[in-house]
Design a protein around this ligand. Sequence first.
Ligand code: AMP
Ligand code: ZN
Length: 483
Amino acid sequence: MSDNDAYPLKLFNSLTRNEETFQPVHSGEARVYTCGPTVYNYQHIGNMRAYIFADLLGRTLSWKGFKLTHIINITDVGHLTSDADEGDDKMEKAAAKTGKSAWDIAKYYTDAYWKDIDRLNIRQPAKWSIATDHVDEMIEFAKGIAEKHCYELDSGLYFDTSTVPNYGKLARANTDEGEGRIDIVEGRRNQTDFAIWRKTPVGETRQMEWDSPWGKGAPGWHLECSQMSMKYLGEEFDIHTGGIDHREIHHPNEIAQNQAHNACEHSGANIWMHNNFLIDRQGKMSKSTGDFLRLQVLVDKGIHPLAYRLMCLQAHYRSELEFTWENLLAALTRLKRILIGIEKLRSKADNRKAAIAHPRLLEFKEKFDAAISDDLNSAKSLPVLEDLLTQKKLPADQRMALLEEFDMVLGLDLLNFTRQDLRVSPATVSINSCEIEAKLDERHQAKINKDFATADSIRDQLIEQGVEPMDGDPLRWEWRIMV
Ligand code: AMP
Ligand code: ZN
């Protein structure tokens, strides 16, 4: 174990709606499963919030000294247009719309997702488990529970949710204030029953289909995550994560399957964690609205992806976070300030590996630990980092070493990139940063010469090109992209 365990790690468990101290199933280890993307389209920045949160969790567990095994799946089959088991398969629908094969679509959007993972400095999991690589094992899983827990309809093999104890406990679906209402569908024994195998309708051929004891078809989305999490992490593992929408249907259904498979009441994971939504003025960011924001749109506007990561870290993962361009630009400025502080520190510190021994610095470390151990309160941990940068009287090498530790958790890549790297050239701006700077120098000179007409005309030209000169910018960045 590391020495970062002054505070026990407390995590909010959606299953009990309580903060609980993390107690690993296997001593010294942490096994985490994260529901990954459905790769029928790009991920929007709200989706990426879910992976920034899972990454923060993984990094915290590593920093605390646990040997982390993190699995993220790629759903490339089986997710219907409605979580409640209705509509078309998202992959097949995207294929029909674009004329491409479902396999090509899956590959294209998986690559795009991985590119965003990289740009947000999200660590690679131990494994990306791809659903279509596991279909045979999913069929075996389903065979194992079919007799006792399932029944067949024309459309597929259905899970009878009355055969497991406390179905829907996670969603609190069965209580009066139930959060997860599921429509009644004909033929099912209970309104909450769901397909674990969907048969290809008679006379049709799907692009993605497999033989099974219930006929040709494809696995249900919920079956995928039960099978893959158990395969890689064991029948009882530590933490399962996903967005808060999964708390209502997907995760309760996974839990029901896990209980059936393991013939016990345990849900499979000890702690179920859910990040809240990124919202905008219209409400929850979602792909069904057609026009959605993805990371590339931010980059095209000249905003570094890590500014978005910082924007997410500024909020607690369980709070809703509103996306506005103002918030994002404020995060960019904050990141810039941090990098300026690090530049100054770097000029004084030449040994990043110094042992942190100064009592004041140990206090800083403790404060950071207290924040992050309190259900990953990244918002509270950030000012500790910023305060550390201002402590000029404390030993620079040790401050640098502590900064590196903080960034192990926050993942802002602070020691590897510079203020200069923050300057992303926006797609719509026709001049590059060197040209912008040359123009600003020219304008500066014109002002010294009291040639205000030229200075104003340069300003107008820049504005026309989408760049706003910022007179008197205390950070001396002196221009910003207009979004
Ligand atoms: P999907 O690709 O639709 O399966 O979603 C990928 C992940 O993003 C899941 O964990 C969802 O719960 C999560 N998610 C979806 N919309 C949002 C949102 N607006 N904010 C945060 N997380 C979201
Ligand atoms: Zn899942």
